[in-house]
Design a binder for this molecule. Structure first.
Ligand SMILES: Nc1nc2c(ncn2[C@@H]2O[C@H](COP(=O)(O)OP(=O)(O)O)[C@@H](O)[C@H]2O)c(=O)[nH]1
Ligand SMILES: [Mg+2]
Length: 322
């Protein structure tokens, strides 16, 4: 009862309740899971935006400016800032906290830092869940900031509807490292710190890269390139426009359904993996149908591999054990 009350308060837009559910889920508490179960049907409205790129590119500054712009457009905004290094008191986060101070009294902005603990491609273990909570809470946009330097750190692209890759001038090698594979995961490239020397060179290098790469994998959206000076809030309206345009493109083209499917696959598989590791496998051999198969193995009628394949196919259908 208490939990459904908690979920109701989140849906009603109660900030401390949203924070509480996120914390409960993070701590792996059953109340967190049941609140999430109640909240999930009320989610699905928010535009989830990934902002990723190397440390120091100005992602947090950019996100702060974007939040301001989205607020001017009347949107309710959630921010999940995933930090690889530190628990919630870390240095980078402290700086972010100062930057985000201006939203401290704005009930239309919800900001949460999460530690990634190294795993999960730059995401925190419960980033997906936190995004669901903020979605059900009524955020029109949920911005997920992650540090992403390589392909494996771009897991945010599986979570977001739209992913922006932030880069900066003078990082020629990094720009070269933005291999086609990385570019395919993003819908927009943001060249931030466009006030610095070398911005024009960097833009030229990025344009070459855009045109040399294969056409974007999914649909007919063309990877966009934007210049921003986040520290002076320049180019931020254009950024918000492109984000809106991509969301509209997803809806219009029907791609949104594909993106949603990709977004849900991750947590589903994570859960299956977690449960298998949690001991489902240990009790498996005691199930009657498995015991029968094992008996056949004992009688030398089946070898163990064939028995395992047979069981997988019985449970999961043909093709489960190719
Ligand atoms: N010159 C310049 N500096 C910027 C710009 N945007 C951010 N910065 C500065 O770059 C540093 C790193 O910014 P931060 O947002 O923390 O980067 P993050 O690590 O990618 O989140 C800070 O000192 C910012 O003030 C910009 O457009 N131009
Ligand atoms: Mg940051």
């Amino acid at each position: 009862m208490e939990t459904s009350g908690l979920a109701e308060r989140v849906i009603a837009g109660h900030v401390p309740s949203a924070a509480r559910v996120i914390r409960l889920v993070e701590d792996g508490r059953p109340e967190g899971r049941s609140a999430l179960r109640a909240l999930y049907p009320r989610s699905g409205r928010a535009h989830v935006i990934g902002v990723t790129g190397p440390p120091g590119a100005g992602k947090s500054t950019l996100v702060g400016a974007l939040v301001g712009e989205l607020r001017r457009r009347g949107r309710r905004v959630g921010v999940l800032a995933v930090d690889p290094s530190s628990p919630r008191t870390g240095g980078a986060l402290l700086g972010d906290r100062v930057r985000m101070q201006r939203f401290a009294t704005d009930p239309g902005v919800f900001i949460r830092s999460m530690a990634s603990r190294g795993a999960h491609g730059g995401l925190a273990r419960t980033t997906w869940e936190a995004a669901v909570v903020l979605d059900a809470f009524g955020c029109d946009a949920v911005i997920v900031e992650t540090v992403g330097v390589g392909q494996t750190e771009l897991a945010v692209a599986d979570l977001a509807h739209t992913t922006a890759l932030v880069c900066l001038p003078g990082a020629g090698d990094e720009i070269q490292a933005l291999k086609a594979g990385l570019l395919e995961l993003a819908q927009l490239l943001v060249l931030n710190k466009a006030d610095l020397p070398g911005a024009d060179d960097a833009e030229r290098a990025l344009r070459v890269l855009l045109h040399s790469g294969p056409a974007t994998a999914a649909g007919d959206w063309e990877l966009q390139l934007l210049r921003t000076v986040a520290a002076r809030e320049e180019g931020i309206a254009a950024l918000a426009d492109v984000l809106d345009a991509h969301r509209a493109h997803l809806e219009r083209s029907g791609e949104l359904a594909l993106v949603e499917r990709r977004r849900l696959r991750g947590p589903f598989l994570d859960r299956v993996r977690e449960r298998l590791a949690d001991g489902v496998l240990e009790t498996l051999a005691e199930r009657p149908e498995v015991a029968d198969l094992l008996a056949a193995v004992e009688r030398r009628e089946l070898d163990p591999y064939a028995a395992a394949d047979l069981w997988l196919e019985q449970r999961l259908g043909p093709g489960a054990a190719p």
